[in-house]
Design a protein around this ligand. Structure first.
Ligand SMILES: Nc1ncnc2c1ncn2[C@@H]1O[C@H](COP(=O)(O)OP(=O)(O)OP(=O)(O)O)[C@@H](O)[C@H]1O
Ligand SMILES: [Mg+2]
Length: 389
């Protein structure tokens, strides 16, 4: 098909200036981490891995990546684990540094950092308590590598998730203390997709993280990505290509999630469909693309199903009018109480249909489009009534 051209899947957009601007900010305020926020699937992890880590290396820093989600409930252990790996890489003789690195990021950190300490004298054991261990590890890694460390803490809301507020604050406090004490040795970037969980930690008055991290909205990809998709489409289809404005509109509708848009454009390309709206409608009508959600929705009761549609349509779930509409659904005979709607909402959150925290939204844009478009669906609120099938 496209000969030497890359395929849709390998199109990737790099944002070195954005990475540099973050590093510049960090360098200008030692001890103060950046907290980058964006909804799920926007490209945070990709950016840390593909743009921020290389930019840090180029500056002579040592990037260390930790996914705090991996050890929910023990985020400091996750950080310590990543630091220990980096320390191994930095202290093992180069020949032995072939340890399989878990992610490209940690692999990067193995590049050229091997400092051969020869027969290093057995060092004092690392302290067991996680916060002391963190402190020692930062110090040792900095000493072994001779470089500033860039600690990239992905999914930092895990600091706040799944534990009591007191525990979360103690954790945040320990992290803050180490990052502050070692500010000449380590910079930190936190990312999160649940602004609510971390904002609570960062912003609630008196919390240890308050005024500590600089909170920034991580920007979604822009036209560059859309142009790359259109260009690639054009290469495959002799110059025919989807319109940029249409792609921009769909990208927005898909919550700026690059993998989703790429999927739709790929499907369009496979069929030679160049009209974006028709392409998306076709995509949604393909049972394979929504089969998973469909199976899930089919297990829901009428109230939950109706509520999912109401949320997809942007109606306030607890509002009186919404409840009145819900009361007209087949299978319900009167408007549900606020308590019932709350319970149903909670179930939808648990199933992942609706965002887990904050104002309820249908998280997956495909699901949202599908919920809204499923005939005879909720084009406008009164249609809730008939859409209950
Ligand atoms: N710069 C980019 N260029 C091309 N594709 C990208 C880019 N960034 C992200 N993507 C695509 O989007 C997908 C999701 O990105 P990523 O996993 O980084 O999102 P995330 O914000 O970390 O999501 P989550 O909150 O679920 O962890 C990637 O697998 C990749 O396919
Ligand atoms: Mg991620």
């Amino acid at each position: 098909m496209a000969g030497m051209a890359p395929d849709f899947d390998s199109l990737s957009i790099h944002r070195p200036e954005l990475a540099d601007s973050y590093l510049g900010l960090l360098a200008s305020q030692p001890g103060r981490p950046l907290a980058l926020f964006a909804p799920r699937r926007i490209g945070k992890t990709f950016f840390l891995d593909q743009d921020l880590a290389p930019a840090a290396l180029a500056r002579g820093w040592l990037p260390v990546y930790a996914d705090l989600w991996l050890q929910r409930g023990a985020p400091l252990a996750a950080i310590n684990h990543a630091l220990e790996e980096a320390l191994d890489d930095a202290t093992l003789p180069a020949s032995k540094a072939g340890k399989v690195a878990g992610t490209p990021v940690t692999k990067l950190s193995a590049l050229g950092v091997s400092v051969d300490l020869g027969a290093a004298p057995a060092r004092r054991k690392l302290p067991e308590p996680p916060e002391l261990r963190l402190d020692s590890l930062v110090q040792r890694l900095h000493a072994a590598s001779g470089r500033p460390i860039l600690l990239m803490l992905d999914e930092a809301q895990a600091l706040a998730d799944g534990q009591s507020a007191a525990t979360a604050q103690a954790l945040a406090g320990s992290l803050r203390a180490v990052l502050h004490k070692r500010r000449a040795q380590v910079f930190a970037v936190l990312t999160g997709s649940s602004p609510d969980a971390l904002a609570q930690l960062l912003a609630s008055a008196g919390a240890p993280m308050y005024h500590f991290a600089q909170v920034l909205n991580f920007p979604p990809l822009g036209d560059e990505f859309l142009k790359a998709l259109a260009e690639h489409y054009g290469r495959v289809h002799k110059g025919r290509r989807p319109l940029l404005d249409d792609l921009r509109r769909l990208f927005e509708r898909l919550g700026h999630k690059p993998a989703l848009l790429r999927d739709v454009v790929k499907a369009m390309s496979a069929e030679g469909q160049v009209d974006v709206d028709q392409g998306f409608a076709k995509y949604l009508s393909d049972e394979r693309h929504v089969a998973g959600w469909r199976a899930l929705i089919d297990t829901l009761g009428p109230l939950e199903r109706g509520l999912a549609r109401a949320v997809a349509a942007g109606l306030p779930p607890l509002g009186q009018e919404t409840r009145h509409e819900l009361g007209q659904l087949a299978g319900l005979d009167s408007p549900p109480t606020v308590g019932k709607v709350r319970a149903a909402l909670e179930r939808l959150r648990k199933l992942g249909v609706v965002t887990r925290s904050g104002a309820p939204q249908v998280e997956d844009p495909f699901l949202q489009a599908w919920l809204l478009g499923r005939p005879p669906a909720l084009q406008d609120p009164p249609a809730l009534r008939r859409g209950a099938s």
